[in-house]
Design a protein. Structure first.
Ligand code: SF4
Length: 497
C-alpha cells in the first residue's frame, strides 16, 4: 500500500505546540509518509496535520498522536482554503508557508522561486533601484526608511568591495516573523539578498542571526550550502557568497551600527551617524543592512514589478505587513495583510477576540519600545503614518494583548528595566536615565511613589526621547508614559512629606 502523505510543520513554535511529539510518535508508522513543512502561522491550531485530497489540502487541528486513524481514514478534516484565519489574508511573502518543504530547493523554484532574481539580472542596477522606488517599499525592521534611497547611496558610492547584511537579530518581545522566514522559506531570504547584491555591486553577504534562534541559523546554513552546491551564487558572473554569523544575544545589536561592530568582532555599541553604513559600513565599505523581511519581500517585487507592490496598502505604507499577534487572545499567530486595516479589525478577525475569561486592558504594538493602546484607541489604521501621528511605532509588527489582570506599574517597570539591562552604555540619557527610571518605578511599585515622581518620570522621559543616540533610549519612555497616560489610577501616589 502506498503510504499517505501527511504534512506537519517543523517550525519551532509548532514543535513547542506538540508537532515534535507527533513526529516522534508516528515516525515508524508504515501507513503514512510524514512531510515536514513550515507553519501556516495559525499557532492556535497547531499541531496541525494536513493531507492532500482531490479538492485541495484538508487539515486536522490540535492533533494528538492517537488521532492518526481518523486522519488516515479522512474523517473530520477541514478544507485548508476554508480556514477563516487563512482565508482572510493576502499572502505574498509568506505564500509558501505550510505548503513547501523549507529546505527543498526544487520546491522553492517550482513555486516561482528565483524569478525575482532572474528579473533583476535582466535589469541594470539603476533600473532595479528604480523598480524599488516605484514599489514604495519601506524597511520592515522598524525605522521604515525607503529602501531604494539606501540602495541608491550604496550603489553610487565607489568601492571595490561592498556588503549586504541581513539583520536577523529579531529581539522584540512578541515578534517571530524573521525566525519563521529563516526556518520556513530560507531560499526567499537568500534570493532577496542576491537581488540587493546585484543592485549595489556587493560580492559578500552576511546573515547576522540572534543567538536564540539555533534552528533558524541551521536552516540558513543548510540552505546557503545547497545554493552554493547548485551554483546559484555564481549565476551573475561575479563571485557572491553568504555566511551566517551568530550574535551574542544583545538587543541593541538589532541597531545597524551596533550590528556591524559586532560583525567585526567588537562589542555591539551604537555609533553616531553619519557616516551611514550605505557609505561606510562593514570594514568601512558601503553596506546595506536590512531586516530579514525586507529582503524576503524583494523577490515578489522584482518578479511582479514595483507597481504591483505599490498597488497594495495605503498611500505612505505600500505592500503587506506581517503582523504577529500574541498575548491574551484566542488565536495567536502570524498574519500577512495589506497595510491599512485597523488594529481592532486585526484583533477581532484574526486574533478571534480575547482568550476565554479574559478582558482586554491594553495592546502594545512594536515590541518593548512600543506605545500602549487602550481599548478606545484600537481604531487606528495599521500603517506607518497613522502610528507616527499617534506617537507610536509599528516596529516589527508584534502585537501583544494584555488582559485586565495586568498591572500597568509592573509592566512599566519591566520595560524600563529591559532598557537598563540592554542599554549599550554609549550615551548618558539612556545609560543613566533608564536606571533612574527603573528606580522611580520601583518606588511607585512599592507604594512609596509621590506626585513629584511622576513629574520626574515625565522630565526624564522627555530627555531620553530627545537626547538618546538610538531608538533604544529614545523610545524607552513611550510604553511607560502611555501606561501612565491611559491608566493613571494604577500609579498610586502620595503627597511628599
Ligand atoms: S540610546 Fe542606549 S542603546 Fe542607544 S546608543 Fe545610547 S546608550 Fe546605547
Amino acid at each position: 500500500m502506498t503510504p499517505i502523505r501527511l504534512y506537519l510543520s517543523n517550525d519551532t513554535s509548532s514543535r513547542a505546540a506538540g508537532a515534535e511529539k507527533l513526529a516522534d510518535a508516528w515516525r515508524d508508522r508504515s501507513e503514512i509518509q510524514l512531510i515536514h513543512t513550515s507553519s501556516r502561522g495559525a499557532f492556535f491550531l497547531e499541531p496541525m496535520v494536513e493531507r492532500d485530497t482531490p479538492g485541495g489540502r484538508e487539515a486536522w487541528f490540535n492533533v494528538l498522536p492517537n488521532d492518526l486513524p481518523r486522519i488516515v481514514a479522512g474523517v473530520g478534516g477541514t478544507k485548508v482554503a476554508e480556514i477563516p484565519f487563512l482565508q482572510q489574508q493576502n499572502r505574498f511573502t509568506f505564500a509558501n508557508f505550510g505548503i513547501t518543504e523549507p529546505l527543498a530547493l526544487d520546491e522553492y523554484q517550482s513555486r516561482g522561486g528565483f524569478k525575482g532574481l532572474a528579473a533583476a539580472q535582466s535589469l541594470s542596477p539603476d533600473a532595479i533601484v528604480e523598480e524599488l522606488r516605484l514599489s514604495g517599499l519601506r524597511g520592515r525592521g522598524g525605522a521604515a526608511f525607503p529602501v531604494w534611497k539606501k540602495w541608491q547611496v550604496a550603489q553610487q558610492t565607489e568601492s571595490k568591495q561592498k556588503y549586504v547584511v541581513a539583520n536577523a537579530d529579531e529581539g522584540d518581545a512578541g515578534t517571530y516573523s524573521d525566525r519563521m522566514m529563516m526556518e520556513g522559506d530560507p531560499f526567499r531570504l537568500i534570493e532577496g539578498m542576491m537581488i540587493c547584491a546585484r543592485a549595489i555591486g556587493a560580492t559578500r553577504g552576511y546573515l547576522y542571526c540572534r543567538y536564540e534562534y539555533p534552528a533558524a541559523a541551521r536552516a540558513m546554513q543548510f540552505a546557503i550550502q545547497k545554493a552554493r552546491e547548485a551554483d546559484l551564487f555564481d549565476c551573475d558572473d561575479y563571485p557572491f557568497d553568504l555566511e551566517v554569523v551568530i550574535g551574542a544575544g544583545s538587543y541593541v545589536c538589532g541597531e545597524e551600527t551596533a550590528l556591524l561592530e559586532s560583525l567585526e568582532g567588537r562589542r555591539g555599541v551604537v555609533l553616531a551617524k553619519p557616516p551611514y553604513p550605505a557609505v561606510s559600513g562593514l570594514y568601512g565599505k558601503p553596506t546595506i543592512v536590512s531586516n530579514v523581511l525586507t529582503f524576503a519581500t524583494l523577490p515578489n517585487i522584482l518578479a511582479n514589478g514595483g507597481a504591483w507592490h505599490a498597488s497594495l496598502g495605503t498611500e505612505g505604507s505600500r505592500g503587506t505587513m506581517a503582523l504577529q499577534i500574541g498575548g491574551r487572545v484566542k488565536q495567536p499567530g502570524l498574519v500577512e495583510v495589506p497595510f491599512g486595516l485597523t488594529l481592532r479589525d486585526v484583533l477581532d478577525r484574526f486574533g478571534g477576540g480575547m482568550a476565554p475569561g479574559a478582558r482586554l486592558k491594553a495592546v502594545q504594538v512594536g515590541g518593548p519600545l512600543g506605545s500602549l493602546f487602550p481599548e478606545s484607541q484600537l481604531d487606528i489604521p495599521i500603517c506607518y503614518d497613522a502610528f507616527a501621528g499617534a506617537g507610536a511605532i509599528l516596529g516589527h509588527g508584534g502585537i501583544v494583548v494584555y488582559d485586565d489582570e495586568t498591572s500597568m506599574v509592573d509592566l512599566a517597570r519591566h520595560f524600563m528595566s529591559f532598557t537598563a539591562d540592554e542599554s549599550c552604555g554609549k550615551c548618558t540619557p539612556c545609560r543613566v536615565g533608564s536606571v533612574r527610571g527603573r528606580e522611580i518605578l520601583e518606588r511607585i511599585q512599592s507604594g512609596q511613589g509621590t506626585a513629584e515622581d511622576l513629574i520626574l518620570l515625565s522630565d526624564l522621559g522627555e530627555t531620553m526621547k530627545s537626547a538618546s543616540l538610538c531608538a533604544l533610549g529614545g523610545r524607552a519612555p513611550y510604553p511607560v508614559l502611555t501606561a501612565i497616560e491611559h491608566f493613571p489610577e494604577e500609579f498610586r501616589l502620595k503627597p511628599r512629606g
